[in-house]
Design a protein around this ligand. Structure first.
Ligand code: GLY
Length: 428
C-alpha cells in the first residue's frame, strides 16, 4: 500500500515511522515532511490549501491508498471532506467534526448541552462585555477565570491571567488589535479548575472506540513550568497513576457521550480524539479542550508503544470497520525530550548544523521536527528541532535513556527542559 502523511513535525515523523514498520506499507510520501521523514519515505512539497487540488492530483497520479493527516489546520479546512469526495481514503475527522477543536464555542456548547463535564463558561463577541464580565467576577488581584479565543491559534490562544489588568490586555489583543484574526471573533471565559492535566487519546470510527493511551505534556519553555507556553517541550506515556477505573470513567462520562452528542448533530467522528483533561482533587475529570488529532509531542511518546499495525487501524477507521481490529499496546513507558532552537517559542535562527548519533536503537528513537537537509548536511529548520524518545518497562528508565542520548547530540543554540517527568516520578 502507498500512504501519504500530511505534516512536517515530530508527530508526523512518528506517524510515518510507525507506518514504515507495517508489512502492509510499501511506500510513504510525506507532504511536506522533514529531515527525518526523508530517511523513510519521499518528501513532497505541495500546496495544502482548500480545495486541495494539487494533493488530489498527486494521490491519483501515484495511486496512493491512504492519506493520514497529522495537524489540525488542514483537518479544520476540510482536507478529509475534499479527498473523500474524490473517493480517496483519508484518516482524520471531517471539517464539521474537527470543529470540536476548531471552535472552542462549539465544543463548550456541545458539552453543556450534553452534560459532559467541563467548567462553567460564558461566550463573548465584543471587548466591552468580556471586560465587564471579567471585572465583575474577579478581585483586582485574583482572577479565577481563563480566557480562550474561539478558533485555532497554534497554542497561543489561551490566557490564564493572574490579574484583571493582564486579562483585559489579552482581551484588547483579541478584540481591538485583532492579533488572532478571525480566530478571535469570540472568546470563551471559563472558570479555572485546579488539579493535574492529562491528555487522553482514543481512536474512533464513530461507532467503535479504542482507548489508546494517556500522556502528559510539558507546555512551558523552561524547567519548573517557567517561561512562555510552547507547542510542548516534552511528554511521557502512559501516565503512571492513571487506573483502569479512571479510564472507564472518562470513557463513560466524556468519550462516549461526546461521540454520541456529535452523532445527534449528524456528525460521524472518525479519527483521533484527544481529550485534554483536568482532574480535580476528588479524581473527577473535566474537559479543558478537545483536539481532533494526535498531540505533538504526545504522538512521539505514544506511537512507539502501539503494538497493532497502525496501517490496519487507520484503514479500518476510514472504512467504519474499527470493531474488527484487535487493538494492543506494549506494556512499556516512553519519555520524549524536545530539543529546541534558542529563542523558541519566539524568534530563532535556522540553518544550524546538527551533529551526533540520531540512529534508531532498540530502546530509543530520535524523531525529527524542524530539520532539513542542506548541501548534504542535517540542519535546524524550526523552533522544535528533535524529539529524543526513550522506551523502557519503567518510566524512570525511559526518561533516563532519552537524557543519556541527548549528551551526544548538538546544534548551536540547542536547549531543552531537564525536568520532563520529574514531578510524576517524585510523586510515585
Ligand atoms: N502538545 C499539545 C498539542 O499537541 O496540542
Amino acid at each position: 500500500m502507498k500512504v501519504c502523511v500530511i505534516g512536517s513535525g515530530g508527530r508526523e515523523h512518528s506517524i510515518a515511522w510507525k507506518l514504515s514498520k507495517s508489512s502492509n506499507v510499501e511506500k510513504i510520501f510525506c507532504i511536506p515532511g522533514n529531515g527525518g521523514t526523508i530517511q523513510i519515505g519521499e518528501n513532497i512539497s505541495l500546496n495544502l490549501k482548500p480545495p486541495f487540488s494539487d494533493l488530489i492530483k498527486f494521490v491519483k497520479d501515484n495511486s496512493v491508498d491512504l492519506v493520514v493527516v497529522g495537524p489540525e489546520i488542514p483537518l479544520v479546512n476540510g482536507i478529509v471532506d475534499f479527498l473523500s469526495k474524490e473517493g480517496i481514503k483519508a484518516f482524520g475527522p471531517t471539517s464539521d467534526a474537527s470543529m470540536i477543536e476548531g471552535s472552542k464555542v462549539f465544543a463548550k456548547l456541545l458539552m453543556k448541552k450534553n452534560n459532559i463535564p467541563t467548567s462553567d463558561f460564558e461566550v463573548f463577541s465584543d471587548f466591552d462585555s468580556a471586560k465587564k464580565f471579567l471585572e465583575s467576577r474577579s478581585d483586582k488581584s485574583q482572577v479565577d477565570w481563563v480566557i480562550k479565543v474561539n478558533g485555532l491559534a497554534a497554542g497561543k490562544g489561551v490566557m490564564v491571567p493572574s490579574t484583571v489588568d493582564e486579562g483585559i490586555k489579552f482581551l484588547e489583543d483579541v478584540f481591538v488589535s485583532k492579533k488572532f484574526g478571525d480566530s478571535g471573533d469570540k472568546v470563551v471565559i471559563e472558570k479555572k479548575i485546579e488539579g493535574f492535566e492529562v491528555s487522553f487519546f482514543v481512536i474512533t470510527d464513530g461507532k467503535d472506540v479504542k482507548f489508546v493511551s494517556t500522556a502528559q505534556d510539558h507546555k512551558r519553555a523552561f524547567d519548573g513550568d517557567k517561561g512562555p507556553n510552547t507547542g510542548g517541550m516534552g511528554a511521557y506515556s502512559p501516565v503512571p497513576f492513571i487506573t483502569k477505573d479512571f479510564i472507564n470513567k472518562v470513557m463513560k462520562m466524556i468519550v462516549y457521550p461526546t461521540i454520541e452528542a456529535l452523532g445527534k448533530e449528524n456528525i460521524v467522528y472518525k479519527g483521533v480524539l484527544y481529550c485534554g483533561l483536568m482532574v480535580d482533587k476528588e479524581g473527577n475529570p473535566y474537559v479543558l479542550e478537545f483536539n481532533c488529532r494526535f498531540g505533538d509531542p504526545e504522538a512521539q511518546a505514544i506511537l512507539p508503544l502501539i503494538k497493532t499495525d497502525v496501517y490496519e487501524i487507520f484503514q479500518a477507521t476510514t472504512e467504519g470497520l474499527l470493531s474488527k481490529v484487535k487493538f494492543e499496546m506494549y506494556e512499556k513507558f516512553s519519555g520524549v525530550v524536545v530539543l529546541a532552537s534558542k529563542g523558541y517559542p519566539e524568534d530563532y535562527e535556522k540553518g544550524k548544523e546538527i551533529t551526533g548519533d540520531l540512529s534508531e536503537k532498540d530502546n530509543s528513537i530520535v524523531f525529527h521536527a524542524g530539520t532539513t537537509l542542506s548541501n548534504g548536511k542535517l540542519v535546524t529548520n524550526g523552533g522544535r528541532v528533535l524529539n529524543v524518545v526513550g522506551i523502557s518497562s519503567s518510566l524512570k528508565e525511559a526518561l533516563s535513556v532519552s537524557y543519556q542520548r541527548i549528551k551526544d547530540i548538538h546544534f548551536e543554540g540547542m536547549f531543552y527542559r531537564s525536568d520532563i517527568g520529574k514531578k510524576v516520578l517524585e510523586e510515585e
